[in-house]
Design a protein around this ligand. Structure first.
Ligand SMILES: Cc1cc2nc3c(=O)[nH]c(=O)nc-3n(C[C@H](O)[C@H](O)[C@H](O)COP(=O)(O)OP(=O)(O)OC[C@H]3O[C@@H](n4cnc5c(N)ncnc54)[C@H](O)[C@@H]3O)c2cc1C
Length: 286
């Protein structure tokens, strides 16, 4: 196995493009190293993104934020402006594993590991995040909801890596929230994860985005759930409609953490709670 630590994303893409065998990007390694040790993957090449200077930065731009692919979760909490703008994304990233895991794990790694239960992914989707993807020949920007194509599968080509994740600048009176349910108090995989982002106008929801995790092969955006909220000030009827839309969008697995019925119902319950938090964060009064 070869280990490479390129200095730019372009150089990383070049290394990937030349490799004939199995190549893997290494972010925090909290998924990849576990798989390596368990013999689940046998890379010929590991390309470490942590030596790419740009990948280690959180940049605040006129358009919002750019979070480098090597930035660990723990740094998101320390970034006051990001925390203020997107508390739901930051809280989701800070539910991943433990302090030790958060000192290493990245948003890009969480996304590219492509677990349906990845915690930061629904929150990024609700916030309208995009992945900046660099290939040997071209760059492209893809909405986060389009990156995972199935469990463990992404839309990335064999010569591509994520350089950064962008989050838009939230409009006035915007709030987001992420909630997950796990059978233990921490260090477990989400049975259901729900993220809601709302923007208010004159006390009512003007726009909304609702995303679910762990209830389908990938995290999903649920436009019908968002429509249930638009034009309302989160009255009981709107919340019931939201819950029904979320449950209707579920296509979960049955496993020891939860049955299909349980996950389907839970998605609605958590969506109502997350919507109330997002609404309050946006300055709404119900
Ligand atoms: C004890 C423990 C607890 C955990 N708890 C949680 C949890 O509560 N919630 C949760 O969602 N996850 C959890 N995880 C999983 C893991 O920590 C997360 O998925 C994490 O965000 C992965 O990020 P990473 O940077 O460590 O990824 P890595 O392990 O470095 O990479 C993961 C995958 O993404 C690819 N990759 C990495 N960076 C890039 C890039 N820039 N471009 C393209 N592909 C890339 C890698 O090749 C690999 O396939 C846990 C893991 C452990 C070991």
């Amino acid at each position: 196995m070869r280990y490479e630590k390129p200095a730019t994303a372009k150089e990383a893409a070049g290394l990937l493009a030349k490799e004939k065998g199995a190549a893997f990007l290494l972010g925090g390694g909290t998924d990849l190293l576990v798989k390596l040790k368990m013999g689940m993957v046998e890379p010929d090449l590991v390309v470490d993104v942590k030596h790419i200077a740009k990948a280690n930065e959180i940049q605040t731009t006129a358009k919002g934020f750019s979070i480098g692919a090597a930035v660990p979760s723990a740094r998101l909490t320390e970034h006051k402006a990001l925390q203020k703008a997107w508390p739901g994304v930051v809280e989701a990233a800070n539910l991943i594993g433990s302090d030790q895991i958060q000192g290493r794990c990245t948003l890009a790694g969480n996304l590219c590991n492509a677990s349906p239960a990845a915690d930061s992914v629904p929150a990024m989707i609700a916030a309208g995040a995009k992945a900046v993807i660099v290939g040997a020949k071209k760059r492209r920007t893809v909405p986060v909801e389009k990156v995972a194509t199935g469990p463990g599968q992404t839309c990335l080509g064999s010569d591509e890596l994520i350089e950064s994740i962008t989050l838009p600048k939230p409009g006035p009176r915007t709030g987001d929230a992420y909630l997950r349910f796990i059978p233990r108090t921490e260090m477990d995989i989400a049975v259901v994860g729900v993220a809601v982002c709302v923007t208010l106008e004159r006390g009512r929801v003007k726009t909304a985005r609702v995303a679910l995790g762990a209830v389908a092969p990938t995290a999903i955006l649920v436009p019908a759930a968002a429509r249930a909220l638009v034009g309302t000030s989160l009255d009981d009827e709107a919340l019931e409609k939201l819950a029904r839309a979320c449950s209707a969008a579920c296509n979960p697995i049955d496993d020891k953490r939860g049955t299909v019925e349980y996950r389907t119902r839970l998605a609605g319950v958590l969506a109502k709670r997350a919507a109330k938090i997002a609404f309050a964060r946006a300055g709404g009064k119900s």
